[in-house]
Design a binder for this molecule. Structure first.
Ligand SMILES: [Mg+2]
Length: 284
């Protein structure tokens, strides 16, 4: 398949844009040129709500938000959501709050602040996260709790996380380790593209008739979440997916394919001479 697959039709203007981070907003912490300024301007001029949706649970959402502000995103131009936001929501149902957290100190503190009992010696569940401070003692404790009958929760399913020096183990890898050692199956996860995340985003950001889209570089997380939420999706080719990806021909294909988040935004928010203005288009 050639690059002709890339959509050159004028994209719609949306009221809510959910977007992925690594491979979509930035690559290894370096934002794609021109993108941050365009988001700041679009949020300011059109009132578009931008929501960064990350599966990264190595730090609390507010800490990750600060990283994006350091990259140049204006603090009032976006909001950030991670599986930890879902876990912190009062609306999340049917989960135990008496847990053993396989998590960094900061994330454990975040969970405690949001109503989780994390110091109990007999937890009802083990929660695996992207614990970049994991050690053998914590893995042993997690396995012991699971063997004693605790449920297994996982913040997200990603096996590996891309870095400048290659892939490193992500939450999914730690979860698989716990599953295989203790013959336990994961009870729930809370990241892209889980139903828990889809429900949370719909309830928080989408009222009736809100026009929303999700932009990301992975078919099986970002685009799959778009399908789970029943909204449009844009696959960008600035990260993992390629224009000849077999997924583009499958039922799970995105609504649009663009070279990058910036080319999509420019198509959606820069009026062409022959096209109606974006304001009137958005009001349709
Ligand atoms: Mg990505």
């Amino acid at each position: 398949m050639s690059g002709s697959r890339v959509s050159d039709t004028r994209a719609k203007a949306y009221e809510v844009i959910f977007f992925d981070l690594d491979g979509t907003l930035h690559l290894s912490g370096e934002p794609f040129p021109g993108l941050v300024d365009f988001i700041n301007e679009t949020a300011g001029v059109y009132g578009t709500t931008f929501v960064a949706v990350t599966n990264n649970t190595s730090m609390p959402p507010a800490q990750y938000q600060k990283k994006l502000i350091k990259m140049g995103l204006r603090h009032d131009a976006f909001q950030l959501c991670s599986p930890l936001s879902v876990l912190a929501a009062a609306s999340v149902e049917d989960i135990s709050r008496n847990i053993f957290a396989l998590a960094t100190q900061d994330v454990t503190a975040f969970l405690t602040e949001h109503g989780y009992e994390t110091s109990n010696k007999r937890p009802d569940a083990v929660l695996a996260t992207f614990d970049v401070e994991v050690d053998y003692a914590k893995l042993t404790a997690a396995c012991n709790h699971l063997t004693a009958g605790a449920k297994l929760y996982s913040t997200h399913v990603d096996i590996r996380c891309p870095t400048a020096s290659g892939f490193i183990p992500d939450c999914g890898a730690l979860t698989h380790l716990l599953e295989s050692v203790t013959s336990t199956k994961t009870d729930k996860d809370f990241g892209k593209p889980s139903d828990q995340m889809a429900t949370y985003l719909r309830q928080k950001y989408l009222g009736a008739d809100k026009r929303a889209v999700i932009v990301g570089d992975r078919l099986y997380t970002d685009i799959a979440l778009g399908h789970a939420m029943g909204i449009d999706s844009v696959l960008v080719l600035s990260g993992e997916a390629r224009s000849d990806d077999p997924g583009l021909e499958a039922d799970s294909r995105p609504t649009f394919v663009h070279e990058s988040f910036l080319t999509f935004l420019k198509a959606a928010y820069t009026p062409k001479e022959s096209a109606p203005s974006v304001r009137s288009y958005a009001a349709v």
